[in-house]
Design a protein around this ligand. Sequence first.
Ligand SMILES: Cc1cc2nc3c(=O)[nH]c(=O)nc-3n(C[C@H](O)[C@H](O)[C@H](O)COP(=O)(O)OP(=O)(O)OC[C@H]3O[C@@H](n4cnc5c(N)ncnc54)[C@H](O)[C@@H]3O)c2cc1C
Length: 440
Amino acid sequence: MAVAAATLNGHTGIQGTKEGWRLPMSRKSVAVIGAGISGLTAAYILQKHFDVTLFEANDRLGGNAETVSVGKRLDVDLGFTGYSTVAYPTLSRLFRELGVEGQPVVSASDAVCQDCWFADLNGTTVAGGELKRPEDAAEAVWDSFTADQQRFGKELASLVGTGDTDLTIGGFLADRGYSSYFTRHWFYPRFGPWFLLGAADLDRMPVSFLADSMAPLLNPAALESWHTVRGGSHTYTAGIAARLSDVRLSTPVRNVRRTADGVTVRTADSGQEYFNKAVLAVHPQQALRILETTPQERDVLGAFRFVAVNVVLHTDTSVLPTPDCTGALMMHLSCRSSGPEFADCHVDVTQSLRLDTAERYVKSFNPTDAIDPARVLARRRYEVPLFTGESVRAQAALGTRSTDRLAFAGSWFGNGFHEAGCLSGVRAAEALGARWDQGA
Ligand SMILES: Cc1cc2nc3c(=O)[nH]c(=O)nc-3n(C[C@H](O)[C@H](O)[C@H](O)COP(=O)(O)OP(=O)(O)OC[C@H]3O[C@@H](n4cnc5c(N)ncnc54)[C@H](O)[C@@H]3O)c2cc1C
């Protein structure tokens, strides 16, 4: 009964609410489900054309972009932190329009092996852009390491745009004979932190996907253009929310169903509401739980997997690899561990966020080192996409699943970074008929 009324009302532009039915509206209504960067970007564009209702399960905006306030009102980003003004054109445009300012950061990184004497400390043990041979590394081992480094760059570049989803990183490194000294001390510590994936998960990624993802990020102009958001990422989420008339936090959507001419959305609080259109900007497994899907959608959405990332914000600098580490990203490697893993990975956010304090604030990812509990300020668990041949093939198929009634968005449409989430939001808005350049 409610559905029939809602469908009828869809023709007249009348919107159902839990209070009853509102009288004719001149603009169509859109539900955006999920307030991460992808849903927020879609909502920002859509609100110029339609009446947007943003549903968010959490009690805050941002999803994997989260700012916490610590110490003397210091705003620290726990999730999304850095972006490149060169390699993130869509996000940079969004920030410009919102008046959100960036601040340049040094993207230097330090890596120290806890089992041998390998150390790559930017500016101290790197002479003339080249690593020095550690005293305990035999010359032959070091020669093959440096040769691997040189050919890796060329081999990766040759894979850009090939679209080969079958050759995985693990297969590529083994087939091409890269030494374990190279993979443990250089490859996994260099690329794991970009995707927040350990070596075993990185090994499953198609190597051409890595090549395509890294090409825009590794060009020299992009490497020089990293920024963090002045005041924290909550400045941009608040900027978008301020432009929306209906933002519903702590409102998990339970069910989304397509009707003959629109979409119904059911939440625990408000029962069922009718909208002309909807954007589903949640993770694929979440979409599967709430959307009444077609068999094809189940196949495509079911191809994606996510893995957990634990983040600890603290001031315990004893966990840093050595007191000499000064880079923004600091890693403890382990060349004797049974798997091809890098060990602990820490980010000095005092530097990257330019916090005005003498205290050193550190973000540790999936730490195995014991952090002094008295120095822990926040703990979070996020989820990031695990890219496999199956999920990369599904990305292409998913794009064609968006229609002018229901569109999907998420950073998992691309390489999992914020630019990919922002771009997916733009595309979802376009699929529903709203172009960024048009509208009031
Ligand atoms: C620790 C960490 C650090 C990162 N650092 C960087 C970085 O420095 N640079 C960079 O480019 N990228 C970074 N990333 C990646 C980046 O954060 C993600 O690309 C991006 O934030 C994901 O956005 P999204 O919109 O796809 O998903 P999410 O941010 O996960 O948003 C999905 C939203 O949907 C909501 N939701 C789920 N189910 C429902 C429901 N049923 N009803 C209503 N709402 C629902 C969720 O609560 C969530 O808010 C980082 C990620 C992590 C985890």
